[in-house]
Structure formats: structure tokens, C-alpha cells
Design a binder for this molecule. Sequence first.
Ligand code: BES
Ligand code: ZN
Ligand code: MN
Length: 494
Amino acid sequence: MKYTLSSLAPESLKTDCWIIPLFQDETPKVSGKIEQIISEQLKLGNISADLAQTSWVFNPPHCSAKRILLLGFGKRGSLTSLQAIAALRTGIREALAKKSTTALLALNSTSWPFASKAQTIEQITLAFSHTLYRFSAFKTDPPPRVISLKSLQFSVDKKEEKELKPALDRAVALSQGLDFVKDLANLPSNHCTPSTIAKSAVDLGKEYKSVKTTVLSIPEMKKLGMGGMLAVGQGSRQEPKFVIAHYEGAAKSHAPVALVGKGITFDSGGISLKPPTSMEEMKFDMCGAVTVLAAVKVAALLKLPLNIVAIAACAENMPGGNAIKPGDIITTLSGTTVEVINTDAEGRLVLSDALTYCARYKPKAIIDVATLTGSMLMALGLETSGFFSNDEDLAKSLTHSADQSLDEAWRMPLLEGYLADFKSGFADLANVAPHRWGGAIQAAVFLEHFVKETPWAHFDIAGTAWLRSGPEKGATGRPLGLLMHYLYEASQAK
Ligand code: BES
Ligand code: ZN
Ligand code: MN
């Protein structure tokens, strides 16, 4: 896919499909003659500006486009950004089904339902790349691709071209990062083990000079005392891997941002086995890990001037003769001993070691990303990631990044008093509280115990990391958009 900007008038640009947004009670903002055609058809009721409705004008006069796709956004005032994105995806699916190889969107004279032109370019690019994405590696007879789109053109004002080009470049790089997450996360666990994730991180190091990858295996983890990583991995035939991808885009003296991801390539629950319903979805329990690696990939693509240490804490959580058992006591890397009451609360065990480990880089901030609790879904549902933070400035930046990237996230309270519920009669902490109320908050305060003073945020993406149904069922890549926005701004602030 090629994404380009052009400062020529949209009527003069050759394209298979020109996509024009329509709002109820507004005349479309296109050049006179085309506007007239659209207005007439609107009056006749042949086309509709209702939300997500699409209509075609074939062989339109007075322009070089073969067809025009009119995309309804309903009433501007009551339209949410998420509705706008959903409508955009619907429209794009239709445009793609008509075998267009090129598409055109004009930003100079039409107004899209986004906050700025940069955001419009970004959202449209992401919507195209999201709709184009296919995961058919395991279909012996994949359905024929009706999609033949090769290039997407944005028509913009000449004077804005220079300013909007970086926004386009960022969006294209982000879309490559999202594909990286989806490709790995959609793989089932027999094809994506901790070693698979480690290998793709090593490959990032080979692909980008600015990335150095280190992989710790069992002997190194034993030497360091990573009791959490080892305990979670010990029931599996697959070795756990602790993966560090270090991106250096700035001088070594710049404190890095540390990103930590939960990388459970399959979460069966272990001896505290999960019920069978939807257990296959637990192949996605590594989304956090591949998301932080993708952040390094995107930063390297864009050559962002900052340093990032991304840590992927990878293991497979299985029952077995050697698996950890309820009541077992482990010693984490921090020295804190933990009684494992429930082997299904494994994410916090691998993350505790990773959070302790990343302190050695003296990061200016730590952000972890994890499909950590079912409770998160209860609290915020499937569209909004929850995050927790011990630092007001960091939390503000992240909320701002969520707003700007339209990758929704909501700050949850870090209620430190809840740590008292992790009492153990035999160790420093238990890995679960005796009740499940506020389970997402409980997990967050457990993690905070391993962070100490550094500004830190924890994203629980159990609801948002994958779509459970529909044509795009599978990994979403979220919250990579939010993270990249944050990292971009962090790289600009000096
Ligand atoms: N990976 C799961 C959390 C999860 C559940 C993510 C559903 C997405 C959808 C995690 O390891 C887990 O099992 N959490 C337990 C914790 C409990 C035992 C305290 C949970 O949320 O039930
Ligand atoms: Zn899990
Ligand atoms: Mn679990």
C-alpha cells in the first residue's frame, strides 16, 4: 500500500474511488458542480447522510474520478469519534469491494469528523490499513481477495503539505506496528511460543541498527533469581524467555522510557485450570509483550529521538507434573516472597520480575501493558483500556495521548489500601486477595509493590487487546496508537 499527499485539486486527480463525507443537514463541501449532483440526489432520497450509510455516484461528470463513494456520518453534533471510525471502516470495506485499486480523499475542501487534518489523515490511514489486514496463514484455501487497493491519496492544501507529511509518515509507521502485533498475536500458541516472540525481537535487532535485543533463558533467569518468570514457565514444555529490546535513538545519557509487556503465549490457568468456554482466546495473553516490541519497531522506523527499553516477559502457563501448585512459595527478583494461591493469577508474577528488572535502566517512566484481569472487562467493557498510575503528570500525558490518538483509555484508581488483602500466612504476599471485588485494582496495587519511586503506569488491556467477534475478530494492536503518541511527544519534549 502506498500512501501519498497531493496538493492538486481533487477534481483533477485520477482515481478509482473518491470518498466524500456527508453530514445530515449540511451541504457537502466540494466544488460547485459535484456539490450540485450530490444535493440533487440527496433531495431525491437516492443517497443518505445517515451514519455509516454509503451511496455511489458512477462516472461522475466534472472530475477525473471513476466513481464517488458518499459516506454518511449522520449528525455532526451527536457523532462520537468511535462512531466516526466505525463508519469510516464500513465505507472503506464497501470501497474496497468495488475492486478499486486507487482511492482519493480530499482534506482541503471537505471536513471530516476529526479534530484536525493531521488526526484525519492518521485515522483514515489506520482505518484503511485495519480493513486491509488479513490473517489467513492457516487457510489452505483462502477466500479470494476482492481487495486490490494499491494506493491511497490525500488531497491537501499546498501550504499544509509540509506540515501534514510527518503526520502521514507516523500513521504509516504505526500501521506497520499494528500489523506486527496482529501477525504475532493472532498466531495460536502452538505456533507462537515464548521462543517465537524472542526470535521476532532478535529479528528487530537485525532489521534496525538502533535496536539491540537480549534474550534471557532459564539459566540466566535462575542466576538472577527471577522466581516469578521461572514459576509461571515451569509447568510448560516451552521454555520461558525474558526479552529485552533496547532502542537507542538518543544519547546514552538520556534516561529511557521502559515498556513492559505480559507475554503469556497461552494461559490455561495452570493447576488452577480455567473453564473451557473461550479458553482458546488465551492465546492472546501475550498481546502486551508484542505491543511493547512493536513500539520499538515503530520508534526505529521513525527514528524517534529518545531511548526505549522494551521488556517482554514471556512464558506459557500450563498444568503439568512440574507446574507450580497452589500453596507453593516463590522468591521474586525483588526478594519479596509470594505464596501462589491461584496459579491463574500468573501475569502479576512475570510482571513483578520485569518491573524489578527494568529499574536497572533508571527509566524516567515505566509503562506496563497486560491482559491482566477479567475484572477489567467488568469495569470498562470492551472499548476502553483501563490504566493506573502513581504519577499525576504521567497520567495526564497518557489521557492526552488517548484523546489525541482516539485509542480510548480511562484512568482507574490505584487504591493502595487494597494491598492489605494480599496477606499470606506463610510468605510476604499472596498472589491473590481472598475476594475478587475490584480485581483489576487489586492486580494494579500488587504490581505497584514492585515499582518503588519511578513514575509508572499500568495498562490492563484484557478488554481491548482483541475483538471477540465480527469480520475483524482477532488482535487489535491496542493500545499501540496511544503509546506511540505518548512516545512521540516524549521525544519532542527536551
Ligand atoms: N489472562 C487472564 C486475564 C484475562 C481474562 C484476560 C479474560 C482476558 C480475558 C489472567 O491471567 C487471569 O487469569 N486473571 C484472573 C485473576 C484471578 C485469578 C485473580 C482473572 O481475572 O480471573
Ligand atoms: Zn493471563
Ligand atoms: Mn491467568
